[in-house]
Design a protein around this ligand. Structure first.
Ligand code: PLP
Length: 420
């Protein structure tokens, strides 16, 4: 026992030595763009609350009213006695919002992804995943028992090579907007590949729903893809919607299959009904207040233009394989300001690639001293050598704050260049 713990401590020391040690920051202030950390005022550039709804008065008030009516706990799983009128109404509204026959709530996105992939596939089948997919999608694929193939990021040619060799049921799985890169999956080409190979396509649009598309319908709205094109759509509620939980949307048959077979749906306590009511309030805002999407897009564009001028390494929002409807195709990594203005699309996630894990921590700490919270993302969350600052924007930020962040970034990068 003691020996085992000695080994664990040695492992921890090794993690720290590589600049990969993770620790938590304790927040006392409400979620939003202004945070209090150690008594200091900090501007938050690392939240996934992209539309600024986590602490919206209508959302908070819907939560309180519902807690008064339903209580806090849901009492059991959905299939026992935990499925309330509030959950049911939210599912119907999410189905309508995504243009799918039905939607099914899950308690978290992590569980939704594991549940769906395992319900659809088993031994003898095959799952194909983008190399940069979210951890929950990769874990879902591994747990399903199906043959597991990763393809190069957004590389449909590489995917096709794997697809040709596969047998059994085939499921292609991809992030919509990639969580650590902020770029878009080549969904039109993926849809064609899926159809040509009689494979299902599953899109996790945790970072696109609410943000991308004129009505906030995410990447599927942007690329005009319906339920026949993308049979399995997964979305989370803890990001753009500002609350908690997740859902899967698709055909009647898909949803009934999940209710019968998805273990992470069947064997877990339902979300509190008050969370469902709060999410119904936030969905209303997502649909009606398109100014939040417009503002977010303008802030991200302003940041990209400024960062390009400073010579920082950005990631193109559109992968090379990804023809956008205007016919514009990007190159690979660094983006020219003119191209960006022409493309007129971008997500709320704008990483600055640094490379080295120690250096990204130093820069992130320097930004914190300057009053900006920007997260340093290191391996294994991202591939070796691609440590980055993951800058995210909220509809509640102001242009001036973006300019101030750029200024602080310029200073922090210059300082740590000089020292290294
Ligand atoms: C956050 C995230 C999840 C997990 O969702 P939770 O509700 O936080 O468990 C799944 N997929 C992607 C792409 C995500 O970014």
């Amino acid at each position: 026992m003691t020996a085992a713990f000695t080994q664990l401590q040695a492992n921890l020391d090794a993690i720290a030595q590589q600049g990969l040690y993770r620790s938590r920051r304790v927040m006392a202030s409400p979620q939003g763009i202004h945070l209090q950390i150690d008594g200091r005022h900090i501007v938050n550039f690392c939240s996934n609350d992209y539309l600024g709804l986590a602490n919206h008065p209508d959302v908070v008030s819907a939560f309180k009213t519902a807690a008064d009516h339903y209580g806090v706990g849901s009492g059991s799983a959905h299939l026992i006695c935990g499925h309330s009128v509030a959950h049911h109404a939210l599912e119907e509204e999410l189905a309508a919002f995504t243009g799918r026959d039905r939607a099914l709530l899950f308690s978290t996105g992590y569980m939704a992804n594991i549940g769906v992939i395992s319900a659809l596939l088993s031994r003898g089948d095959a799952v194909f995943e983008d190399r940069l997919n979210h951890a929950s999608l990769l874990d879902g694929g591994l747990l399903s028992g199906a043959k597991f193939k990763r393809y190069a990021h957004a590389d449909v040619e590489n995917l096709n090579v794997h697809l040709k060799k596969a047998s059994g049921n085939k499921l292609i799985v991809t992030d919509g907007v990639f969580s650590m890169d902020g770029d878009f999956a080549p969904l039109q080409v993926l849809t064609a590949a899926a159809k040509a190979n009689e494979a299902w396509l599953m899109v996790d649009d945790a970072h696109g729903l609410g943000i991308i598309g004129e009505h906030g319908g995410g990447l599927l709205e942007y690329f005009k893809l319906d339920q026949a094109d993308v049979p399995v759509l997964m979305g989370t509620l803890g990001k753009g919607f500002g609350t908690f939980g997740a859902f899967v949307a698709g055909s009647e048959t898909l949803i009934e299959t999940l209710i019968q077979k998805a273990r992470t749906y069947i064997y877990t306590t339902a979300l509190p009904a008050a969370v469902a009511e709060a999410t119904r309030a936030s969905l209303k805002i997502v649909i009606t207040e398109s100014w939040r999407r417009d503002k977010l897009k303008n802030l991200a564009k302003r940041f990209r233009l400024g960062a390009a001028q400073l010579g920082l390494e950005l990631i193109s929002p559109i992968c090379a394989d990804n023809l956008n409807p205007a016919g514009w195709v990007s190159g690979s990594v660094t983006q020219q300001p003119e191209d960006l203005a022409a493309a007129n699309i971008t997500s709320a996630i704008q990483p600055i690639i640094i490379g080295d894990s120690q250096r990204v921590i130093e820069i992130s700490n320097a930004l914190l001293s300057a009053g900006f919270l920007v997260s340093a993302i290191r391996p294994p969350t991202v591939p070796q050598g691609s440590a980055r600052l993951r800058v995210t924007f909220s509809a509640l930020h102001e242009e001036q704050q973006v300019d101030q962040l750029l200024d602080a970034l310029d200073k922090a990068m210059a300082k740590h260049e000089a020292q290294s």
